[in-house]
Design a protein around this ligand. Structure first.
Ligand code: AMP
Ligand code: ZN
Length: 477
């Protein structure tokens, strides 16, 4: 089976075929670090994480690059208001982003470029566009991309550029699609940019790069002229990604991106999230309210990335139950009685069917909703089979645990649930003591006592695994 993805550019679902077989070069537009990322941002970042994890699980050698936007209209406005440089102003938001990402089990990218580290390359890149006639320096000290010079402009969003007025300009980083005009690659420096430490020398005078240009230069530098996948939220299709295509392809003469994937925005309690509506929610806030990271992760990946998702506290409660079912299932399966003489059971078959259904869902445009459905169907069937069995052969139990681990490698729910349950030293000492008592009981052939100790631990969510090197234990519930 192959991974099929919906490409925003072609508007079709088709097989993912990277430029180089077995390798996937992926660029994701990361956060603008002018504030704490909210859970809508994290829906998008978790969609990125699912792409990252599933490509790896499918055997691709992945190079995953995600930028942090540290210089743009918003970070400069924030720095000026706070009376700080952009470097100082954005630092804590960058740190908070990494910390929240780790809490939610987001697999780290291979590289996190920031615009401020690529200014020289950006200046060179603009120079190339000017030399080739795709850009021009205007009398306001800025350099604009000439939209009329790039015939394919508007294809990603599907906009009609016939009414385009050649030479009309827009300097803001963000604007509407009605505003198709030449956009700034380099913005002339202003006193506030200088104050924020966001101004650099260039042949056209002091200034700073435009936001769209930043992503083109960082992605081309880190991944080469053609990327296999470029990811972002749906609001970035225009103008951000449309402009990235124009600049990049005008400069390299090659296809910039093979597959464009865009995630749908999250709603909160049925509405668009905004500070003025008072429904602006951050990960930290939810943790303070007592919700655990695995429940947040579950809720945010519970819908297909292109489908609607409405974040609610009631939904989080349901997610908490779903995660608990998962944890209980792992605990039950790991603790099941095994015997080499057990009756044959359908467990290995159920595990195989579960894995196939899970992969089919993921191969169908990374449909996490259906993939979770496949996982919970497997759980229900295995539970029914376990209800009917007194013991199972070890290989059957292991097949289920392996299927579960394979799915969780992509979903990351058990992984996050485990990471957020820490065991303090007292508990460790208590477990070790009981394990020693159980060992003694077994030496004394006091099987009832040994089983009672295993049950006592199991009731506390601690599972024992007897192996050649002794008994290991883990917390699963
Ligand atoms: P920003 O920090 O504003 O640059 O946004 C970072 C990422 O979050 C971008 O890919 C946005 O498209 C995405 N994003 C912003 N708001 C939402 C939302 N409500 N739901 C999902 N993604 C969002
Ligand atoms: Zn970007």
């Amino acid at each position: 089976m192959t991974l099929n993805v919906f490409n925003t550019q072609s508007r079709t679902l088709g097989a993912f075929e990277p430029l180089e077989s077995g390798k996937a070069r992926v660029y994701a537009c990361g956060p603008t670090i002018y504030d704490h990322a909210h859970i809508g941002n994290f829906r998008t970042f978790l969609f990125f994480d699912i792409v990252h994890r599933y490509l790896e699980a499918s055997g691709y050698e992945v190079r995953f690059v995600m930028n942090l936007t540290d210089v743009d209209d918003k970070t400069i406005a924030g720095a000026v208001e706070a009376g700080m440089t952009v470097a100082d102003f954005t630092k804590p938001f960058g740190e908070a982003f990494f910390s929240d990402s780790a809490t939610l089990g987001i697999r780290p990218a291979d590289c996190y470029p920031r615009a401020t580290d690529y200014i020289d390359r950006m200046v060179d890149f603009i120079g190339r566009l000017v030399d080739s006639g795709h850009a021009y320096a205007a009398d306001d000290g800025a350099v604009y991309f000439s939209v009329a010079s790039f015939e394919r402009y508007g294809r990603l969003k599907g906009i009609d550029t016939s009414s385009l007025k050649s030479g009309a300009r827009v300097a803001h980083d963000e604007y509407d699609k009605e505003d198709v005009r030449d956009f700034a690659l380099w913005k002339a420096g202003s006193p506030s940019d200088e104050k924020a430490g966001a101004s650099w020398d260039a042949p056209w005078g002091r200034g700073r790069p435009g936001w769209h240009l930043e992503c083109s230069v960082m992605s081309l530098t880190e991944l080469g002229d053609t990327l296999d996948m470029h990811l972002g939220g749906e609001d970035l299709i225009f103008p951000h990604h449309e402009n990235e295509i124009a600049q990049s392809e005008a400069a390299t003469g090659k296809q910039f991106v093979r597959y464009w994937l865009h995630g749908k925005h999250l709603q909160v309690e049925g509405k668009k999230m905004s500070k003025s509506l008072g429904n602006f929610v951050t990960v930290r806030q939810l943790l303070d309210e007592g919700y655990d990271p695995a429940s947040i992760r579950h809720q945010l990946i519970s819908a297909h990335y292109r489908g609607d998702l409405n974040f609610t506290r009631a939904g989080l409660d349901a997610s908490r139950s779903a995660v608990q079912r998962l944890v209980d299932f792992e605990s039950r399966t790991a603790g099941v009685d095994v015997s080499d003489d057990a009756e044959p059971s359908p467990l290995a078959e159920l595990a195989g069917e579960g894995t196939s259904a899970f992969r089919a869902a993921m191969d169908n445009d990374l449909n996490t909703a259906d993939a979770l459905g496949a996982l919970f169907t497997m759980i229900a069937r295995v539970n029914a089979a376990l209800d009917a069995a007194t013991s199972v052969v070890p290989a059957d139990r292991d097949a289920v645990l392996a299927a579960l681990a394979g799915m969780d490698d992509v979903l990351g729910l058990l992984e996050v649930a485990r990471a957020s349950r820490t065991v303090d030293d007292d508990v460790s000492a208590w477990v070790e003591d009981l394990i020693a008592q159980r060992k003694q009981a077994r030496q004394d052939r006091d099987w009832a006592r040994a089983d009672a100790i295993r049950d006592e631990l199991s009731a506390k969510g601690i599972v024992l695994e007897d192996g050649a090197g002794g008994t290991r234990w883990k917390v699963v519930g």
